[in-house]
Ligand binder design. Structure first.
Ligand SMILES: *Cc1c(COP(=O)(O)O)cnc(C)c1O
Length: 395
């Protein structure tokens, strides 16, 4: 007979607490409009496979280079490489001239972009670069400049959230290499830096060595599947590396992303040859998730490019629809080109809290703002419920 009271009652208080918590999350997630997360799980089948196969009972670890590793088996490096090779051509990287990893997040991808860029420029010029980024770009690049001890120039952004070309030209230091971080979709207003205009300024200074990293965490996911794909294609606008999130457009259920660069950049790093890993280790982290690349691999093997296109176009269409609805009720709202993020005059706090709308402030747009990020789960029906609430308070 068991003496464990827990077993006798068959009641696990920890599990009960989790059940209560999960119920609450399921209820609230349908009103989740203010963050760029795809709440439509793409991984139901993956978990069936995971538990059915017994793979969930293994501890595996991607310590190693997906493009250059030995034949050790307790990793998913081959799948990780396939994920990078699937995406790289969408951004204009040629097969055979691609290197990359599945990262822990968008920030991790930017960390690699800035680190690889700084190393690359130092190796070419024996000088420390200056990092240029707009004030409205995601804060991670500024934090990472600090962490990597890089000189930072924060360039003012225009009212649409884009780096001001003239301000960049004024700030450009001629005798130091330039590490550019272009914001391909700013967090709040969805502004896209004008690469052509900024590159034209750089072209006036052929003496300056340049490395370009694209922070494309959210927009980099969907833009390759739309008519706007050229703005994120390095064959059309040159860049050296790109960071994309996995948990935004692609519907991973935990933070993840990708860092993709060229072989030229990878070969101009300072890889440490690690004999016990049988590998060179150009990346920052040693242990990395083996499960994330598998989830990513699952998603790309169960979603056609046509389906990604339909998701991307649906998001942009609903974003334009939402902007039109705001216009109809006379509520100030804005939508940048190619963006799925509608931002607008902030409603009263009670409404903002109910729909999980994050705050921002811009005097030039009349003060307090909120935004709705139109992801896959943000349907016209959900938007309609929000608009109905808004209509009731309109004067
Ligand atoms: C979300 C986002 C980030 C940060 O990504 P994390 O995965 O949260 O670290 C960086 N830049 C942009 C443009 C983003 O949208």
């Amino acid at each position: 007979m068991s003496t464990d009271p827990k077993k006798e009652l068959d009641f696990d208080p920890a599990e009960a607490r989790l059940d209560e918590y999960a119920g609450d999350v399921m209820m609230k997630k349908s009103r989740f409009l203010g963050f760029p997360i795809n709440q439509k799980s793409q991984l139901v089948g993956f978990y069936k496979w995971l538990y059915g196969s017994g793979f969930n009972l293994s501890m595996i670890n991607n310590a190693g280079d997906p493009f250059n590793h030995g034949d050790e088996i307790l990793n998913t490096l081959d799948f990780e490489r396939e994920v990078i090779e699937y995406f790289a051509p969408l951004y204009g990287f040629d097969p055979g001239d691609t290197w990359g990893i599945v990262t822990f997040s968008g920030t991790d991808g930017n960390n690699h972009g800035i680190y690889f860029g700084a190393n690359y420029l130092k190796k070419k010029t024996q000088k420390n670069p200056i990092l240029y980024v707009s004030e409205e770009a995601h804060y991670s690049s500024k934090r990472l400049a600090d962490l990597q001890n890089l000189e930072l120039r924060i360039i003012p952004a225009d009212v649409k959230g884009c780096m001001i070309t003239e301000e960049f030209e004024k700030a450009l230091v001629p005798d130091k290499p330039a590490l550019m971080v272009y914001a391909m979709g700013t967090t709040f207003k969805g502004g896209i830096d004008d690469q052509a205009a900024l590159n034209a300024i750089l072209a006036k200074h052929p003496e300056i060595s340049v490395y370009r990293h694209l922070d494309a965490a959210l927009f980099g996911g969907y833009i390759p599947f739309t008519e706007y794909r050229d703005i994120i294609n390095r064959k059309i606008q040159p860049f050296d590396s790109i960071a994309i999130s996995g948990h935004k457009f692609f519907g991973m259920d935990e933070p993840a992303g990708m860092f993709i660069t060229s072989m030229d950049v990878k070969q101009n790093q300072n890889p440490y040859e690690i004999s016990y890993l049988n590998a060179s280790m150009p990346m920052i982290n040693c242990s990395r998730s083996a499960l994330s690349p598998l989830k990513f691999w699952w998603i790309i093997n169960h979603t056609t490019k046509e389906e990604f296109s339909a998701q991307a176009e649906g998001m942009l269409k609903r974003a334009r629809w939402l902007k039109d609805q705001f216009d109809k009720i006379g509520w100030p709202a804005w939508l940048a080109p190619m963006s799925n993020t509608v931002y607008f005059k902030r409603p009263p706090e009670e409404i903002a809290a109910n729909f999980h709308l994050s705050p921002d402030f811009d005097e030039r747009r009349g003060g307090a703002l909120s935004h709705i990020v139109v992801m896959q789960h943000v349907s016209e029906e959900k938007l309609g419920k929000f608009l109905d609430v808004l209509k009731t308070i309109r004067k």
